[in-house]
Write a new protein. Structure first.
Ligand code: SF4
Ligand code: SF4
Length: 468
């Protein structure tokens, strides 16, 4: 039966960590973590942030590093342009990515969330440090939040939220640059904003949403909104490697004589730094984003009390319960091999994609024709997509069998990003047409260099007719 005394035992985890008993939001004031893992995370986060803000402005082969033009369905990734014709690549990559994420989570838990997810990177390495700079440490932040408005509080709020709004505004402009390109963004920004009222409203709405998420909503994105976070329950098991507390070593917690107490001195340093407000000593919880802040905090404490580090560490539930170090068992190795294979497949798919994609099909409903006294001809439709960033001069040659390609119209100049269409005749000597359906190989040449080979068929009279 539930009593006030056993409330914690009987009701534990009947609500997310940021909900109070009355169902209202519990605002968190986490400490900024310090330690080896935090330093590595900071380097990764700042690399990602700098890349995010610069990618649309940096050029490679005359194109932005990343350009996602959904309206014209043109996408540029690291100098490679993708068009609707590459849709299959996108579908395969998305499928591979989903399998990758599931397998990765099964083995390594939610480490993506704490280390590279934009929500964590923006919040923990941009917005939160600004808050600490202006509002002070967590105790000072809490005091400021609870006190009545005075001149200092107003000033601090204006400064902090002003900076948040400026960052949100430039972040949204960067997003727009990803979609429109920087040149178009420059055009949009030129002139009086009210002249483009619709666009202005879009920028205001997205800036507002971004500001709302990072100034107020914060960790609730991870704990109650993110679908990936919600899926953790079905992806993790006792072998998953995640941030875990070694309860065998740590319990019973508290200060006391060696042998009487475990290594956990119950200092709450791990709870103080947790950005989702949980106590990892209660076991794996849905709010844990595997940010490793508690590992750094606890390691600092362990150093201070002269005990080995790793009371909180990357470990599986099984390894902790068995008191063993985490092992890369057959399952982990097999899943990792699948992950590596998927990565190789994705990279391969993108690298084998030709710069000029050509399709040549026989014109529908046509048969062979006599072409002079000693040759047959077939009519073909050619379609060519130039995925490079410049115009390409193309030449076609029949590789097998011996014959001639007669192009209708001007020589082919495939415009950058355009689809070029031509009709053409392929003419072959009668003596070389042995079958009613012969195999043809056509070479696609750019500046004399063979860049692709196309296989198709040539229709002739049936073999009986040929003999006659
Ligand atoms: S429990 Fe530790 S790893 Fe999990 S979110 Fe909190 S600080 Fe990060
Ligand atoms: S930081 Fe370490 S010692 Fe302190 S409460 Fe957490 S687990 Fe225990």
């Amino acid at each position: 039966m539930q009593t006030p005394e056993n409330y914690q035992e009987t009701t534990f985890r009947d609500r997310p960590s940021t909900f109070g008993k009355d169902g209202k939001r519990v605002v968190l004031f986490p400490k900024l973590p310090k330690g080896k893992l935090t330093n590595i995370r900071r380097i990764i986060a700042w690399t990602l942030l700098i890349f995010f803000y610069l990618a649309p402005f940096l050029k490679l082969r005359g194109e932005p590093l990343i350009f996602l033009n959904f309206l014209e369905r043109k996408f540029v990734l690291f100098g490679n342009t993708f068009y609707p014709q590459d849709f299959h690549l996108l579908v395969l990559s998305v499928i591979a990515l989903i399998v990758f994420i599931v397998l990765f989570t099964v083995i390594y838990g939610r480490i993506f969330c704490g280390w590279v997810c934009p929500q964590t990177v923006f919040l923990e390495f941009l917005y939160r440090p600004i808050e600490h700079l202006i509002d002070g440490n967590p105790e000072q932040q809490r005091k400021l939040a609870e006190q009545d408005l005075d001149a200092i509080k107003v000033l601090k709020r204006i400064l902090k939220h002003g900076i948040y709004l400026i960052i949100s505004f430039f972040t949204i402009l960067t997003f727009i640059a990803y979609v429109t390109g920087t040149a178009k963004l420059g055009e949009i920004m030129d002139g009086w904003p009210m002249e483009r009222f619709g666009l202005l409203m879009v920028v205001v709405a997205f800036t507002g949403a971004h500001y709302f998420v990072f100034s107020w909503f914060r960790e609730q994105v991870c704990t109650i909104v993110c679908p990936y976070g919600r899926l953790q329950g079905v992806m993790l098991d006792v072998n998953t490697i995640l941030v875990g507390y070694d309860y065998k070593r740590g319990e019973p917690r508290g200060k006391g004589e060696r042998g009487e107490k475990g290594d956990c001195i119950n200092c709450y340093s791990c709870v103080d730094v947790c950005p989702t407000g949980i106590d990892i000593r209660n076991g794996t919880q849905l709010e844990c984003i595997n940010c490793t802040a508690c590992i750094d905090a606890c390691n600092t404490v362990m150093k201070r009390v002269r005990k080995p580090s790793g009371l909180i560490r990357f470990a599986s539930e099984k390894s902790i319960s068995e008191g063993k170090s985490v092992k890369f068992n057959a399952r982990v190795i097999a899943y990792s091999a699948v992950l590596l294979t998927l990565l190789i497949v994705i990279v391969y798919l993108f690298t084998v994609r030709g710069d000029v994609e050509t399709t040549i099909n026989r014109s529908p409903g046509t048969m062979f024709q006599e072409y002079g006294a000693d040759r047959y001809s077939n009519l073909y439709n050619l379609q060519m997509v130039n995925k490079t960033n410049s115009e390409v001069d193309i030449e076609l040659k029949l590789l097998t069998p011996e014959g001639e390609i007669i192009l209708m119209g001007d020589p082919i100049k495939a415009e950058k990003g355009e689809v070029t269409k031509r009709d053409m005749l392929i003419v072959i000597k009668k003596e070389n047409v042995k079958l009613s359906n012969s195999h043809l190989e056509i070479g696609i040449f750019e500046k004399g260099e063979l860049i692709d080979k196309i296989n198709t068929t040539f229709v002739g009279p049936n073999s009986l007719d040929v003999k006659q």
